[in-house]
Write a protein that binds this ligand. Structure first.
Ligand code: HEC
Ligand code: HEC
Length: 351
């Protein structure tokens, strides 16, 4: 039980540092809407919005064949978005996908993992990057989804609700196959972090921020938000190009403030490296947080703070998040997203 030993040692270190569970300051009473892909805050107690009505007469199928540089394939839009076998533009990128990753399970309405997380597991800000996660963490977090220990604090977030139902409808073997597959693909650079006080105006489509074009285009203050948006709108939104990454606009000064919190706790939290590894790229069963989607990370920090996420291993994160304000979370993830990944990974071993 090497994994268990690592966690126990980590917990002992935290206890020794005397940082365990100060009560939450209560400053973050509703989920930060930008991180969950909404323009307005959740109104507690409000009914979930009705799903958009299907168009009265669906448009005739678009038979245009689309292509991408570097890929030998061409696909129609309905193939790109097929829930049970979406386009794989770059099969040479990754090992052979297990059936559940490539096709899901139509009879149980489990959509292919590769649809949302992409065949290479890089994912999108409204879901999650799933490649390079430790095998045992991947399996554990799927069990947490399955056992209702991992929900979204913003109940409007429909794709997290779908993720939960996929986990519930997967066998243990399918979960293991997916964990093995995505775990074997190393995490690599995917998000470019830019500090700025103004951002392009955006609209939200299915939880993702897209830069406005034409008459709607313009700039607006970033405020206390991170705006994560595709490098190339069409590549991401229409073609689901798994080689086309994201830009994360973060507030000026946030990376430096985040560095203080991450590296020495700044009196509010615990050094992340103790558990997440010296370069934040993961340690033993603890997942990497370097170079990963900052919006996704804020959702997790917030969900853990309010116990919407309360999995088997989440107790180790409780003291870490207890005192963080919404602004601290922005600063922390601006820093972690800007950290290098890949080549600099060293093998374990603390600081
Ligand atoms: C409809 C889109 C969608 C599909 C299809 C999908 N997921 Fe997810 N997945 C999500 C969302 C959304 C989240 C969580 C985002 C959140 O709550 O912030 C997520 C999160 C995850 C996580 C947690 C990552 C982490 O770092 O903790 C894992 C693991 C995962 N998915 C595995 C899978 C597997 C395996 C499949 C295929 C059976 C799959 N997903 C299919 C949308 C999807
Ligand atoms: C005592 C060990 C420990 C410390 C210190 C720690 N973490 Fe964690 N962290 C974990 C564990 C274990 C998990 C997995 C939690 C779970 O499965 O619910 C985790 C999960 C996370 C996640 C969710 C990852 C995902 O893929 O969903 C984020 C984000 C995170 N930690 C950020 C941080 C930050 C930022 C710091 C420092 C300010 C930090 N952690 C300090 C142990 C720790």
């Amino acid at each position: 039980m090497r994994n268990f030993a690592v966690l126990t040692i980590a917990l002992a270190l935290v206890v020794a540092a005397g940082v365990v569970a100060a009560p939450q300051s209560g400053s973050n009473s509703v989920p930060p809407p930008w991180a969950f892909g909404f323009a307005t805050p959740l109104t507690p107690g409000a009914a979930a919005p009705a799903p958009p009505a299907a168009p009265a007469a669906p448009p005739p199928p678009d038979t245009t064949m689309h292509r991408l540089p570097g890929s030998q394939f061409s696909f129609m839009l309905n193939q790109i978005r097929d829930q049970y076998g979406p386009a794989d533009w770059f099969p040479g990128d990754h090992p052979q996908m297990p059936d559940v990753v490539a096709h899901g399970k139509r009879d149980q309405m489990v959509a292919a993992c590769s649809l949302c997380h992409y065949p290479n597991g890089k994912g999108r800000p409204e879901n999650a990057g799933v490649s390079g996660l430790p095998y045992s963490y991947f399996v554990q977090t799927m069990m947490d989804f399955k056992n209702d220990k991992r929900k979204s604090s913003d109940t409007r977030k429909a794709n997290t609700n779908r993720m939960i139902s996929f986990a519930k409808n997967m066998t243990d073997d399918e979960i293991k196959q997916a964990a093995q597959y995505f775990g074997a693909i190393k995490w690599s650079p995917w998000i470019r972090v830019v500090e700025t006080d103004t951002v392009p105006k955006t609209r939200i489509a299915g939880g993702m921020f897209l830069v406005e074009e034409g008459a709607q285009a313009g700039k607006e203050p970033i405020g206390q938000r991170i705006i994560e948006t595709p490098e190339k709108t069409e590549d991401t939104e229409m073609l689901r190009n798994s080689h086309s990454g994201f830009i994360a606009y973060v507030p000026p000064g946030s990376i430096k403030k985040g560095e203080a919190l991450v590296t020495n706790g700044a009196g509010k939290t615990t050094q992340c490296a103790v558990c997440h590894g010296a370069n934040l790229q993961g340690l033993g069963p603890v997942p990497g947080i370097a170079g990963r989607s900052p919006s996704y990370l804020v959702r997790q920090l917030y969900d853990m703070q309010v116990s919407a996420r309360k999995g088997e291993w989440t107790d180790l994160m409780k003291p870490v998040v207890a005192k963080l304000t919404a602004e601290d979370m922005i600063n922390i993830v601006a820093y972690t997203a800007s950290r290098p990944v890949g080549e600099s990974r060293t093998s374990g071993g603390g600081r």
